[in-house]
Design a protein around this ligand. Structure first.
Ligand code: C5P
Length: 279
């Protein structure tokens, strides 16, 4: 049995560069892992079939779940045969931009590799993982990374985030594909804003937080713009959407707005050493 944590992420900045011929979007984004985490229990079973259970009854536990997709990917890449038994304690909200499903997939690849005798390297797991999701490779980084391509090209960086943050998500979620579909690149007006300059800002201690997908997400879910405003009014100096939303991360001191169903948690940046999983 192996019990591992599976952390969330936020995008400290996210620039959309262009739409690609394959339908994906070229991105440049600074990713940071955070302490908000799921916990997953893994074991190899002799039943011949994968079996997943989850504390959240709303989540599918069939082959569409990224945990089981990751187990299948590992079998395909290594030729090994095994069945996985997994139990997911879900704490990271879904459809929020916190990368919960992607993190679960990365954690599963790490776990089955451990349980099957460590046949693959971290680099192989990272490369394979991009076949089932653009955000999964990030979770094989050490916690702070500049990600490009469709998100799967990962450049590790030293830890950047020193202050604690709050993560906030309304009841309503957003689907990644839907937000990208809503995006009107001509409205972005960011052509002269070099993401490498934004990255340099973080590296010299002059961060600027932004997400080019906010406009599209706010159009898909209009209550997000009033939620953002109420978080700013409550005292945070920074309120930025993460990924394709509908979650935000907030920096500074504030008295959180009281809204029914609002998910609010404090968190810190999380980094790991190369040879150990997140803890
Ligand atoms: O790679 P992933 O499965 O997470 O992507 C889900 C969907 O989000 C894709 O099918 C695509 O429509 C959109 N997407 C995108 N550009 C990216 C990442 C995702 O358009 N860089």
């Amino acid at each position: 049995m192996l019990k591992l944590i599976s952390p969330a992420k936020v995008n400290l900045f996210l620039r959309v560069i262009k739409r690609r011929p394959d339908g994906y979007h070229e991105l440049a984004s600074l990713f940071q892992a955070i302490s908000l985490s799921d916990v997953i229990h893994f074991s190899i079973s002799n039943t011949g079939v994968d079996h997943l259970t989850c504390t959240d009854p709303a989540l599918p536990t069939d082959a569409s779940n990224l945990i089981l997709k990751a187990a299948e990917l590992f079998r395909r890449k290594t030729g090994l045969r095994f069945a996985l038994e997994a139990h997911l304690e879900k704490n990271i909200p879904s459809q929020a931009g916190f990368g919960g499903g992607s993190s679960n997939a990365a954690t599963t690849l790490w776990a089955v590799n451990q349980l099957c005798g460590n046949t693959a390297t971290n680099t192989e797991l990272m490369r394979w993982s991009s076949e089932i999701g653009s955000d999964i490779p990030f979770f094989f980084s050490q916690g702070t990374a500049y990600c490009t391509g469709r998100g799967e090209i990962v450049q590790d960086l030293p830890p950047i985030l020193s202050e604690p943050l709050w993560v906030v998500k309304p009841l309503q979620g957003l689907q990644t594909q839907e937000v990208f579909r809503q995006l009107q690149l001509s409205k972005l007006n960011n052509v002269h804003q070099d993401p490498l300059q934004a990255l340099r800002g973080f590296l010299i201690g002059k961060p600027s937080y932004f997400n080019d997908l906010e406009g599209a997400a706010f159009e898909a879910l209009p209550l997000l713009s009033s939620l953002k405003q109420s978080l700013i009014d409550s005292g945070f100096h920074t309120v930025t959407m993460t990924g394709t939303g509908s979650g935000f991360f907030c920096l500074g001191q504030a008295k959180l707005p009281e809204q029914p169903g609002l998910f609010c948690r404090s968190a810190t940046g999380l980094n790991r050493t190369a040879n150990a999983w997140w803890n």
